[in-house]
Design a protein around this ligand. Structure first.
Ligand code: FMN
Length: 392
């Protein structure tokens, strides 16, 4: 079973990531891993922190001579800012005078609920772990999952379809979306320059007015065969697994599969994807084909061979330069919510983190279905299954 977990705080010494259950023999490309981490740090509207950090994953175990060896992979990602926080957040008791309290909870953040739950006098320790800095460790794990999927010809990519009210005005092909990941400068990760300019204008307004802005990203998985996930048990449905994985990302407040949102207000004839049959290779896995993909590649909790399309809806960032009303933890008097250096728009970065979560979810289903202790064994099982469904 593929499992992963993360540890670490936003201003601690480093993040840690642990991923286990992968077969031996997956080629591991350090430069790809670090490029994925770099992509998570990009985007127009990010805060000052992105300028002081350039993430890199330090692999401690589970990889030798450039390939996985089947044992758990442990990684650390250093926080370059640690030198400025060592005395503020020491492991030992340290000097209480140096503590940097988050003195008034930020509406929309975990501050108040977390301080109440963990019985802290202020929200410092809550901010430290609730922060999306943690998503960097997920991206490191997701990069390894992508390397496994790539060995089977399965690709994962994302793009931004909305920032505030500015929406991508046309359909995007998978090739266009995938090409975004090799851009040297990431603005808003949109495939269409005119739409991207409108998105940038929305961020500029938020920057100018001390506000923040959310949006929608779309993750697409290309080359996935039919048959991952299952209808037979509620907790093995691929749609449910993906929804949980993407919803667990900081600031994601809704997850949509295919045209799930508009489908709710459309007649069935305009929603469901008619089935045809054609000899030849129009579809790589089966001779049953579709002309459209409103289902987003999943029916009955099972992948159906079309591209998997998962959309995440991101709320605006809750740390505001012009803060909302709050209450002082200490005096209980009305005050403004705390402000700490913060992002204004993170939709492209959230898309990269969601790619990681989707890749990890799909990789888990692949490993469950095809098994194998080595990549060669898994590939053999995978190819056998693909041949079986092609001849169905
Ligand atoms: C990539 C990324 C970066 C984020 N950066 C910030 C930030 O700079 N400031 C902030 O207040 N929230 C930021 N957030 C969102 C918060 O982490 C999130 O809103 C908070 O932890 C509360 O969780 P919830 O929104 O899921 O309820 C970011 C989210 C993502 C995905």
């Amino acid at each position: 079973m593929l499992r992963f977990s993360t540890a670490g705080e936003s201003h601690g010494e480093s993040l840690a990531a642990l991923i286990s259950g992968l077969p031996a023999g997956i080629p591991v490309d350090q430069s790809f891993l670090d490029h994925e981490l770099w992509r998570r740090q990009q985007g127009y509207g990010r805060g000052g922190r992105m300028r002081i950090e350039r993430d890199t994953a330090h692999i401690l175990s589970g990889v030798r001579h450039g390939k996985t060896i089947g044992s758990p992979i442990a990684m650390t990602l250093a926080n370059k800012d640690w030198k400025n926080w060592e005395e503020i957040l020491p492991i030992e008791t340290g000097d209480p005078e140096k503590h940097k309290a988050v003195a008034s909870p930020r509406p929309g953040h975990a501050d108040l609920a977390g301080a109440l739950k963990y019985d802290f006098p202020d929200a410092r320790y809550i901010l430290e772990r609730a922060s999306a800095r943690e998503s960097a460790a997920r991206v490191a794990c997701g990069a390894v999952a992508k390397m496994l999927l790539r060995a089977l010809g399965i690709e994962v990519a994302s793009h931004v379809t909305r920032v505030g009210t500015a929406e991508l005005s046309r359909e995007a092909s998978f090739a266009e979306i995938a090409a975004l990941s090799s851009r040297e400068e990431v603005l808003l990760a949109c495939v269409d320059p005119e739409s991207e300019a409108r998105m940038k204008a929305e961020v500029d307004t938020a920057l100018r007015t001390g506000d923040t802005i959310g949006g929608i990203f779309e993750v697409v998985v290309h080359g996935l065969p039919p048959g991952l996930g299952t209808h037979v048990n509620w907790d093995e449905r691929l749609d449910g697994l993906l929804a949980q994985a993407v919803m667990s990302l900081q600031a994601v407040k809704a997850v949509e599969l295919g045209r799930g949102v508009t489908a709710a207000s459309s007649p069935g004839s305009q929603v469901h994807d008619a089935i045809a049959y054609a000899e030849g290779d129009a579809q790589p896995f089966t001779k049953f084909i579709r002309e459209r993909n409103n289902a987003g590649g999943i029916e009955g909790g099972i992948s159906n061979g079309e591209d998997l399309v998962v959309r995440g809806y991101l709320k605006p960032i809750s740390t505001l330069r012009r803060p909302l009303a709050s209450v002082s933890f200490e005096s209980r008097e009305a005050t403004k919510a705390a402000y700490e250096r913060s992002d204004v728009c993170v939709v492209p970065a959230a898309g990269v983190a969601a790619e990681a979560m989707v890749a990890l979810t799909v990789a888990r289903c692949v490993i469950e279905k095809f098994g194998g202790d080595s990549l060669r064994e898994l590939q053999r099982n995978y190819q056998g299954y693909c041949a079986q469904i092609k001849s169905f």
